[in-house]
Design a protein around this ligand. Structure first.
Ligand SMILES: Cc1ncc(COP(=O)(O)O)c(C=O)c1O
Length: 416
């Protein structure tokens, strides 16, 4: 969460005062947000859900993925990208990321097999995937692109908003996201029939609340309906998002400009696919080695991307252990329809990704950082680079006090 205050409190209080706590026929916050956010993204439909995980599974259900299908996902993403594939009965195939820490288009192309039907590129930490290359491969090889934009709220790629480029997309509005209602998520899509299916996957009683339609065929699913409290908060958050992203982009530009000379020591900006459009929620640097990144992080509070627990495939227990469902008969790894899918995983299957992730660091930006705080960050980056990457003695580095990292958000406790 970046900013939330009186406007959100008032919006939520209004819903409670009005007793308008149900989205269909009673309240109008969810519906208003869905229309506004679809316009914001430049898509025809947006369907709110209870979480980003629900939204991802609803998107996969909407496009008809299921047993017998493989979905290619990157080695670095929150594990819900993988588990949502399993939720619909399909099999995730994990491939390498590149220096941008997002899905490597070459790895995607190389991994496509006879069972591959879809790919889920993920805009990790707000950084853009190489969507031109991914869409071109998908077009050529007949793949459906499910954009995981859960970490990309408010960002974009070459002038288009994240979530409007793939064939369908999922967003999260959980506590750690750029816009939040505590929990929440949703599906963005242009295709009318897929939108209906996504709404049915989110709420199988959707047809009951909205009236039956001859054109849509309902199916059974689990409920993940959004609440009006969520809609009310998101309507306020949507008014804030562009200003916050602009401020974070300015902070990142300032930090990168002020640290450009440290490239000589080996502190180099991580390559970015769309630096003027992405979320800029972090400044990212690529260091020469995992060892230097570890040394750097000991001196300056930053996040080594490879040490963010649940975001790396090596920590996805359910996938690695083949535990794809609560009941063995519902486990996609046991399903005869998946017999020809690639179902074996190992901790070193994407070693090239681990090598990159362990020498890439994140320095979080924040819309409320003051100029003095930004100046302290720049100062400390320089001091840490001179000690960790140069020959300056640690004793001479005069680090300034900065805010501690959010250990929960970055899953730093695993390595504490
Ligand atoms: C890349 C990515 N995908 C999916 C999700 C799932 O979203 P939620 O936590 O709202 O279920 C997240 C949440 O952290 C995420 O970061």
């Amino acid at each position: 969460m970046y900013r939330a205050g009186d406007a959100e409190i008032e919006a939520v209080a209004r819903v409670i005062r009005d007793g308008a706590l149900f989205r269909y026929g009673v309240g109008h916050e969810c519906e208003t947000f869905e229309r506004r956010y679809a316009d914001y993204l430049g898509v025809r439909h947006f369907a709110l859900a209870a979480s980003g995980s629900n939204a991802l599974a609803a998107a996969m259900t909407a496009v008809g993925l299921g047993p017998g299908d493989e979905v290619i996902i990157p080695a670095h993403t929150y594990m819900a990208t993988a588990t949502s594939v399993l939720t619909v009965g399909a099999i995730p195939v994990v491939v390498d990321i590149d220096e941008t820490i997002t899905l490597d288009p070459a790895a995607l192309e190389a991994a496509i097999g006879p069972r591959t039907r879809a790919v889920a590129p993920v805009h990790m930490w707000g950084a853009a995937c190489d969507m031109d290359a991914i869409m071109a491969i998908a077009e050529r090889r007949g793949l459906i692109v499910i954009e995981d934009a859960c970490q990309g709220v408010g960002g974009g790629y070459k002038g288009r908003k994240f979530g409007s480029i793939g064939h369908i997309a999922a967003f999260s509005f959980n506590y750690y996201k750029n816009m939040t209602s505590g929990e929440g998520g949703g599906v963005a899509v242009n295709d009318d029939a897929w939108a209906e299916r996504a709404r049915c996957a989110i709420d199988p009683c959707h047809f009951y609340w909205q009236g039956r339609s001859d054109s849509a065929q309902p199916f059974s699913g689990n409920g993940a309906r959004a609440s009006e409290l969520m809609g009310a908060m998101l309507n306020v958050q949507l008014d804030r998002i562009d200003g916050m992203i602009r401020t974070m982009r300015a902070e990142r530009r300032a930090i990168l400009a002020a640290t450009a000379s440290l490239g000589n020591l080996g502190l180099r900006p991580t390559p970015a696919n769309s630096p003027d459009d992405d979320c800029a929620t972090h400044v990212m640097y690529s260091l020469p080695s995992a060892q230097s990144a570890t040394r750097f992080a000991e001196l300056f509070p930053c996040v080594i991307v490879g040490k963010t627990g649940r975001h790396n495939y090596t920590e996805w227990d359910q996938v690695l252990m083949g535990a794809g469902a609560g009941h063995p008969a519902m486990n996609p790894f046991n399903m005869p329809a998946n017999a020809e899918c690639r179902r074996s995983y190992s901790k070193d299957m994407c070693a090239a990704s681990l090598e990159i992730l362990n020498r890439t660091i994140l320095v979080p930006t924040h819309p409320d950082h003051t100029e003095a705080e930004i100046s302290d960050i720049v100062h400390n980056l320089g001091a840490a680079a001179r000690v960790a990457l140069g020959s300056a003695p640690a004793a001479e580095a005069d680090f300034r006090k900065t805010a501690p990292l959010d250990a929960q958000k970055f899953d730093l406790k695993l390595d504490a």
